[in-house]
Write a protein that binds this ligand. Structure first.
Ligand SMILES: [Zn+2]
Length: 372
């Protein structure tokens, strides 16, 4: 592609492939003292992102790549194959040295492809990317399916179970308190050259710690629940929820202001907190994920199929107007979802194309996060 451009001088463009940028970098590294002190591979690998961004820019009309904010507190650096050695729990990183990994590793013995070291606030994490064989990842093959109805703060299964999210109210309260403290203290303003006060930085550190804890508790819960499902069921059927549409702000426009804006934004926060997407993502590589349309699943009677909004006069209880069947509303919805999913499996799962693509990617490279 590059050669074709060089042949025509009017189309000449700078060389922006990873290869040519890498070559230029090595030359520069030989001349520059401080570059030599840094690990070569991870810095050169950053050029791959730059090359990709420029290729993308020339291919589409999205415009020039944007520079990333310098002040990011959760920056990451990639160690490609060859610049690290992983031996059991000990990880050797070029120019950094030996570090010890903590945490369990289900992919020990698999081929490690790259390591991403990420700074999360004041802690460092290494995400090891493994090449995992299909057999290694294959879940149970028993043909059993489970319907899951996701709700705010909980989900219900077609087996009649209600799973509640762990309570993080205490941590949420802490986080809010520190956020209020930050608002009162002198915040940084880079344009006006104002530095943050020490008290501001102290509150920010505590706030981030609380947020990190909340994030870890939720993600751990999602992992445990999805693993438990993956152990017993081959298929997990979930609703195809449009979270983006559901959590749209009720603000409206200046001409037509919305109603109940505060209430809706509170609900939006609750919906996003549950982390449906995270749970789905984790389910997708622990079993086969099937998405079905969410339409009417909470209004239809699972026993007789009668669909009526009067079936659900109260939020938690489902009572059929036609056959008098009554059940927990979420479990009834989960049973409907399961029925739709079973039909989709019978059809050869033609409508879960998107899901199967996700699964294939996850099969090749699985990520394990280990604290350094
Ligand atoms: Zn009924």
């Amino acid at each position: 592609m590059m050669q074709a451009h060089q042949a025509d001088p009017t189309l000449a463009r700078p060389e922006i492939s990873f290869f040519s940028l890498g070559k230029a970098f090595i030359k520069l590294r030989h001349r520059t003292k401080w570059l030599k002190a840094l690990p070569c591979h991870p810095i050169r690998y950053q050029l791959k992102y730059q090359a990709d961004a420029w290729q993308q820019c020339f291919k589409s009309d999205k415009g020039f790549p944007k520079f990333k904010c310098k002040n990011h507190d959760n920056d990451s650096v990639t160690f490609p194959a060859g610049s690290f050695k992983l031996n059991g729990e000990s990880l050797y990183l070029q120019k950094i040295g030996q570090v010890v990994l903590s945490g369990s590793n289900p992919y020990e013995g698999c081929d490690a492809k790259q390591v991403v070291v990420k700074k999360d606030d004041d802690k460092f994490y290494a995400t090891v990317c493994y090449e995992v064989s299909e057999e290694h990842l294959a879940g149970v093959d028993n043909g059993k399916a489970l319907g899951i109805d996701m709700n705010v703060g909980q989900f219900a299964t077609s087996a009649g179970e209600l799973k509640h999210m762990p309570d993080v109210a205490r941590l949420e309260g802490k986080k809010n308190r520190y956020q209020r403290q930050m608002a009162r203290r002198r915040r940084p303003n880079h344009k006006q050259g104002i530095k943050p006060s020490n008290r501001y930085l102290k509150a920010r550190k505590r706030c981030r710690k609380a947020m990190r804890k909340i994030r870890h508790i939720r993600s751990n819960w999602q992992h445990q629940e999805s693993s438990a499902i993956g152990k017993d069921y081959q298929y997990a059927v979930v609703e195809n929820l449009n979270t983006k549409g559901m959590t749209k702000s009720a603000k409206g426009t200046v001409e037509e202001p919305g109603v109940n804006v505060a209430a809706k934004s509170g609900l939006n926060r609750e919906i996003l907190k549950t982390g449906w997407y995270g749970l789905k993502q984790k389910l997708a590589y622990k079993c086969e994920l099937i998405e079905v349309s969410a339409k009417n699943t909470s209004r239809r009677c699972h026993v007789c199929g009668h669909t009526d909004k009067d079936n659900r006069k109260r939020q938690a209880v489902f009572k059929c107007m036609a056959c008098d069947h009554s059940d927990n509303a979420d479990v009834n919805a989960a049973l409907n979802i399961l029925a739709l999913g079973t039909r989709a499996i019978g059809r050869g799962r033609g409508d879960s194309l998107e899901t199967s693509v996700i699964r294939q990617e996850d099969m090749l490279l699985d990520f394990v996060k280990l604290a350094l």
